[in-house]
Design a protein around this ligand. Structure first.
Ligand SMILES: C[S@@+](CC[C@H](N)C(=O)[O-])C[C@H]1O[C@@H](n2cnc3c(N)ncnc32)[C@H](O)[C@@H]1O
Length: 256
């Protein structure tokens, strides 16, 4: 039977690759690399750099494939994501049928960790459920952008004994002003932090974290909000795209 490795590659620094990830990569005869349009070629470049740095097995094929953008017209969020995943599942099915021999091994390189705001696992499950291609798969964990952010800011993720919420910009904007004590915000295209009106809120923000282009800003949200908005806009203009993440925090260690 074919085998597929879903490999977490870390968040932009090739040195995030774990030994387990490198070993899995070297078992693959075929590596699938998504290209998400011209502006995000840098993400594909990191994946290719990882392949050239770590693959020692001979004759490994690197195959690019297109990921269509999500169509949001006339659908609810859940419907549009469901339809989008269906399209990607068909692409995966074709990739596996056409490029991987029976008993062959293939790999998908997933940004960060495959379990965090990434749908590769659920889409692969969908392909498996269709039953048109016989395969099994394994998941190799990776360093998430959350870990990259906290390491770069040199902070623990949680306050002593306190919980952490992980959410998206869209959800944070919906739930305002009910800010959790400790919230990591990802996938925020609307700078939801700017709508928080809380003198006690502190923010640890990072863009392109872990890469040579990394930008970090930390401080009381009231004090650094405008600086983050301006820095983010300038960086987005300069690079043509941006990936950013932040931790919002209220309170201190050992406070009840
Ligand atoms: C689709 S999610 C993928 C998350 C990924 N699976 C992980 O483990 O971090 C993409 C979001 O992750 C965050 N992200 C990923 N890599 C990042 C990086 N190097 N710097 C800043 N944010 C990053 C951003 O919030 C981005 O919108």
């Amino acid at each position: 039977m074919k085998h597929l490795y879903i490999i977490g590659i870390g968040s932009g620094n090739p040195e995030h690759m774990t030994v387990q990830a490198i070993n899995a990569l070297n078992k693959a005869q075929v590596v699938f690399v998504p290209s998400k349009g011209e502006v995000k070629t840098k993400l594909a470049d990191v994946r290719k750099e990882i392949c050239s740095l770590y693959i020692i097995a001979p004759n490994v094929r690197i195959i690019d494939y297109d990921v269509a953008a999500r169509d949001t017209t006339g659908h609810s969020y859940a419907q549009s994501v469901d339809a989008w995943h269906g399209g990607i599942a068909s692409t995966y099915e074709h990739l596996l049928l056409e490029n991987v021999p029976d008993d062959g091994v293939a790999a998908f390189l997933v940004w960060g960790d495959p379990s965090l705001y990434d749908s590769t696992i659920r889409i692969v499950e969908r392909v498996k459920a269709w039953g048109n291609v016989a395969f099994d798969y394994s998941v190799i964990p990776g360093i998430t952008s959350i870990q990259a952010l906290t390491a770069s800011h040199r902070i623990p993720l949680n306050l002593v004994g306190k919980p952490v919420q992980i959410t998206t910009g869209r959800r944070l904007a919906e739930s305002l002003p009910g800010l959790a004590d400790n919230a990591v915000v990802m996938l925020d295209g609307e700078q939801a932090f700017a709508k928080i009106d809380d003198p006690d809120a502190y923010i640890y923000w990072g863009a392109y974290v872990g890469t040579p282009d990394e930008i970090l800003i930390a401080g009381r949200l009231e004090d650094v909000c405008e600086e983050i908005i301006a820095t983010r806009a300038a960086a987005r203009e300069r690079h043509g795209w941006i990936m950013d993440i932040y931790l919002l925090r209220k309170g201190r260690d050992f406070e009840e």
